[in-house]
Write a new protein. Sequence first.
Length: 575
Amino acid sequence: MATESIQLSGLTRRLVDEGVIEVEKALKATEQAQTNSIPLVSYLVRNGLVDARTIATSAANEFGIPLMDLSAFDLESAPRDLVKEQLIRRHNALPLVRRGIRLFVAVSDPTNLQALDEIKFHTGVNTEPVLVEEDKLAALIEQFLSQTEDDGLGDLDGGDLDDLDLDVFEETADNDDENVANATDDTPIVRFVNKMLLDAIRTGASDIHFEPYERSYRVRFRTDGILHVVSTPPQNLGKRLAARLKVMSEMDISERRMPQDGRIKMKLSKTRAIDFRVNTLPTLWGEKVVLRVLDPASAKMGIEALGFEDNQKALLTECLHRPQGMILVTGPTGSGKTVSLYTSLNILNTQERNIATAEDPVEINLDGINQVNVNHRVGLDFSTALRSFLRQDPDVVMVGEVRDLETAEIAIKAAQTGHMVLSTLHTNSAPETLTRLKNMGVPSFNLATSVNLIIAQRLARRLCIECRMAVDLPQEVLLEAGFTDTDIKTGFEIFEANDSGCSKCNSGYKGRIGIYEVVKITPELSRIIMEDGNALDIALQTKKHGFNDLRRSGLIKVMQGITSLAEANRVTTGH
């Protein structure tokens, strides 16, 4: 990167104009900061080029932002688990106080608009900068992050694991590898891993991350869709933790260069067991291990618990009981598509029906349903499994995902020849699903005659009923958010999360609820599809039919007091 091509920012130019730093040094500092991917202000202060107080004063005068003295700030009032550690470190920005839908963020460089935009995107609340001195900000960030981390193995040798049975893991017994034996017999490691898995189940976590870094190691849980640190064991234990998890999931413990997949079964009682889907990934500093918690109870909780509105539930139930056709569930990874499919399969699962599924991989075992694991290494992909299903006299077929034209064509042929077909796609909305299939090469006529129903969905965090707080928003804000005059006249009450939370929740939220767009393919929609209408044409027609889109469904959950407006914004608009 040539120094001559570097442009000085408004703040740096002011420092040059005030004679605080020479233009050549400013240009070189800007180049080095960009090369090292660190904020320019951080580079200037760390390298002693400009005093932190001088930069803060100049920035306050340049941008008209109030300057705050962090030495008088009480760190206990800072919201925790709201902004990820990665964002805080990358942008050198720290959330200070949340007031309703506003989050005040301490920054030393007000020109770093990307930091504010990213924090707004991940939190779903508006961000406002508070100017502070760089050196005080860096010290406060380290103090803040150190307080959020646990000391890991402090109580590893003592402390019981309550009344749950620890003899719960199904392991291979005939592996003589010395490393395996050491990993299995290392009691503190065994107890720690058991504790992490049990804690994840207790807290309702969906994923567990064991992550090695150069100078640290951390364990994170994804609870209600948000990752947070639960433990920071010593970094030198990383290999033994990975080895223990690989033994439990029956992986090759000597293979550390390639990713591996496995499963763990935890028996909590004679009637209840939890499965963990395990994946290892070789990283720069060791093997990262991620476990997906698979609770069979989540597939049997019933359609009433998923979050469908009454009219949406009626549409789904009616289409499920048709003798043939296709139901598509769409949404990004982690939006609850699998639970929706399993719930639908449970409704259809009777002795009179032959049901077969092709999944990648099978997440939850369902009695009475023939489940097949896709295995690309031996040529068993979705299309191959689907062809075989059609020779097995099926009534209902579930395909984990429609990824290519071949799979789509076989699934549509099955839907047209007397079979009920369920599947998923990765699209953002119901209208986009139809255009995606057309772009794959599926003829419009086949789409119009085979697809019965499309469900687009997201998962939003539920507000904790015990500590949620009512908030009074102006009518202009409500209208801008998408509420109608009719909505406002009903006099609904809006609640927001209590950042500090209570003993029964996580930062004001507890559990998640589905937000859905359910579109039934009507004769009018079929006509638009066969006329090659685009996603906008389809969306306009669905609105005429009264089918709520994702945004409207999210606002209904807000009016019902189930979730907050900030959370609805996060999952339906990405802001």
